[in-house]
Ligand binder design. Structure first.
Ligand SMILES: [Zn+2]
Length: 332
């Protein structure tokens, strides 16, 4: 379903949602961390979503297994390295990998700056070994409140030049964008571009707020935009990218039925939709799988799929020169 004529890019993948179950198991043994299962196979059953969860918060709960074994900086480096390796093995040429320093640090109270450094190191080692281009996105985990997010931002800005942008993720309904205006201003003043999870577990107002209050130039999920034609028009007009993740949207309950996913309507409205996996470790999917779902379940035709693939290149947090180089690298 993915075209060979264009580079393959994914813009919405959580590093802390891409941890291999085999690595969770290995790290638990290495560090003597107890898990609520007695075999690797049982762990896979527990950590990977079997059908769907009741809501976003239960979905996020599944991410806890992966971060519960991050006992030191080496463990953080390992999961970063492997998640980039897995993306390269899927045939992806450019990936934006996002992670929350607080979420990865919390089980063992690791210093957030050392988590950031270990992850950036793992990403860059895997990028050169497997020939994939990677952009790092720093997540502010809204579920832990403004103070924790402020500390995350401090850690991220310590290595400002190694990040391509910033994100807001977590409990959208409980922690609205209005709480994070100052932090996003600080990030934007430091020259960071912003994407925000919005319209996944809350309504269209959350998307308006992400764009107008936080300065988001892309929206994670954005499914609720379908309820507001004026918002759809605005997003299309201002070329705000929509990072669609159909399997994740079904599993979190953002959509009750994948075949009615609004991405076809979004494309028809001229919105810059992209396709993404969100958390492939716990959803057990690949980017290719999401393109197949878009084609076979949602009903996108070949030209629509090509448009989506092209949108990912256009919406990437890269400079024009970097985008050009990415396209040229395919022709070599
Ligand atoms: Zn996400």
């Amino acid at each position: 379903m993915l075209s060979n004529a264009l580079p393959v890019a994914e813009l919405h993948r959580h590093l802390d949602g891409s941890v291999r179950p085999s690595t969770i198991w290995a790290l638990s043994k290495q560090h003597g961390i107890s898990l609520p299962v007695t075999s690797e196979n049982d762990l896979k059953h527990l950590a990977v979503i079997q059908h769907r969860t009741s809501d976003l918060l239960e979905f996020i709960q599944k991410l806890e297994y992966g971060v519960s074994v991050l006992a030191d900086a080496d463990a953080c480096r390992r999961v970063a390295f492997e998640s980039v390796e897995d993306a390269a093995r899927e045939g992806i040429h450019y990936i934006e990998m996002r992670f929350s320093p607080y979420f990865m640090a919390k089980a063992f109270s690791l210093p957030m700056v050392s988590v950031v450094e270990a992850v950036l190191d793992g990403i860059s080692a895997a990028a050169s070994e497997f020939g994939i281009k990677v952009g790092a996105l720093g997540i502010l985990s809204r579920s832990y409140g403004v103070t924790a997010c402020e500390r995350e931002l401090d850690a991220i800005l310590t290595h400002r030049n190694k990040f391509c942008g910033i994100d807001l993720a977590g409990d959208e309904a409980g922690y609205p964008a209005t709480l994070f205006v100052d932090l996003f201003k600080r990030a934007r003043d430091a020259g960071m571009r912003a994407t925000v999870h919005a319209g996944e577990a809350a309504g269209p107002q959350s998307i308006w707020d992400a764009v107008t209050l936080l300065g988001a130039s892309r929206i994670g999920h954005g499914v609720a935009a379908i309820q507001d034609p004026r918002l759809m028009e605005y997003l299309a007009k201002h070329e705000i990218g929509i990072e669609s993740c159909p399997t994740s949207n079904y599993q979190t309950g953002a959509m009750t039925d994948t075949k009615n996913h609004p991405l076809r309507d979004f494309l028809a409205a001229g919105m810059a939709v992209t396709l993404n996996t969100d958390d492939p470790g716990i959803s057990d999917i690949t980017l290719g799988h999401e393109y197949e779902i878009a084609a076979n379940v949602i009903g996108l035709d070949k030209s629509a799929l090509l448009k989506v693939q092209e949108n990912a290149l256009k919406q990437a947090f890269l400079s024009d020169d970097e985008k050009k180089a990415l396209r040229l690298s395919l022709k070599k």
